[in-house]
Design a protein around this ligand. Sequence first.
Ligand SMILES: Nc1nc2c(ncn2[C@@H]2O[C@H](COP(=O)(O)OP(=O)(O)OP(=O)(O)O)[C@@H](O)[C@H]2O)c(=O)[nH]1
Ligand SMILES: [Mg+2]
Ligand SMILES: [Zn+2]
Length: 277
Amino acid sequence: MQGQICKIESTLYTVKNETKSYPCVLRGKFRKQHILPRVGDYVVFDENKKVIDEILPRKNAFDRPFVANIDLAFLVTSVQIPAVNPMLLDKLLVLMALHQVEPVICITKLDLIAEEEKKPIMQFFDYYRKLGYSVVTNQEIDVIRKIVNNKTCVFTGQTGAGKSTLLNRLDASLQLKTGEVSKALGRGKHTTRNVELFNFLGGKLLDTPGFSSLELTGTVEEIKNAFREFSSVSCPFQDCTHTKEKECIVKQKVESGEILKSRYQSYLQLLEEVKKR
Ligand SMILES: Nc1nc2c(ncn2[C@@H]2O[C@H](COP(=O)(O)OP(=O)(O)OP(=O)(O)O)[C@@H](O)[C@H]2O)c(=O)[nH]1
Ligand SMILES: [Mg+2]
Ligand SMILES: [Zn+2]
C-alpha cells in the first residue's frame, strides 16, 4: 500500500492514505543505508505489519526542517518578539533558491508595532517585494488561502514567529498548540516539537519547529546566484565575487543605498560560512 508520512515521533512514523492513518516503524535497511524518510515522503508500506518498506522518488528534500516534496515555503517572519532577523530571512531565501522551492515571506505581529515604527519595517519588506518575492501579512488569510491552493506548503521561520498561530487561523480545526513568548528574552520556547503534515484544500500544510539559527550548504556560485539583485549588475570582472575586487559595482550600489546593506552583509556572511565548510 502507498501513503504519505505526516508525522515522525522518534521511531514512530504516521503514514496516511486517502482513508486512514497507520502508525508504522521502518524496515531495518533504512538505518543501515543512512536514508531516513522525512515528513512529506510518499512511501510503500505493509498495512498489516505496519512497516515502511520503501521511499518513493522525491521532488526535493530538506534537512532542516526535515521535510520532503515541498512546493512552496512560507517564511514566517515576525517584526517583534522575536524581531526581524535579516540574516535568517536571507538564509532561508537562499535555501529555497538552492532547492528550487518558491518562497513567500509572511510578516506577523505587525499589531505589536507602533504606527510610526511601521514605515521603516515596511520599506525593508518592500525591498524584497521589488526583488520579485511574494510578501504577505498573517492578516491576509484569503490571499494566503489562494496561494496555498492545492500545493504542499511548509511553514518555517524563527521560533515564536507565529507559524502554528497562522495555521490555526487558516484551519481552526487544527487546534495546534501555540506558545507564550517570553517578553524578557524576546524569543519563543519551541512550542512545536515535531513536523506535522495536514491536508488542506486539496493541498498540504506542514507545521515545523522553529529555530534561531540555520546551517547552509552550497557553493559560492550558488549563493551569489541566489541574491537576485546581483544578476542585473555587471561588474568589470565577469566573475566578480563582490568582495575585495576594486571597482565592484555591487559594492558601489550598497554604498549608494540601491542595494540593501543588510542583504550585502548576509551575502558576505554566507560566503564565509560556505567557504569554511
Ligand atoms: N500580537 C501577536 N501575537 C502573535 C501573532 N502571531 C502569533 N502570535 C503569538 O506569538 C506566540 C507564538 O506563536 P506560535 O504560533 O506558537 O509560534 P511558532 O512560530 O509556532 O513557534 P514554535 O512552534 O516555537 O516554532 C503566541 O503567543 C501567539 O499568540 C500576531 O500576529 N500578533
Ligand atoms: Mg509552532
Ligand atoms: Zn562585483
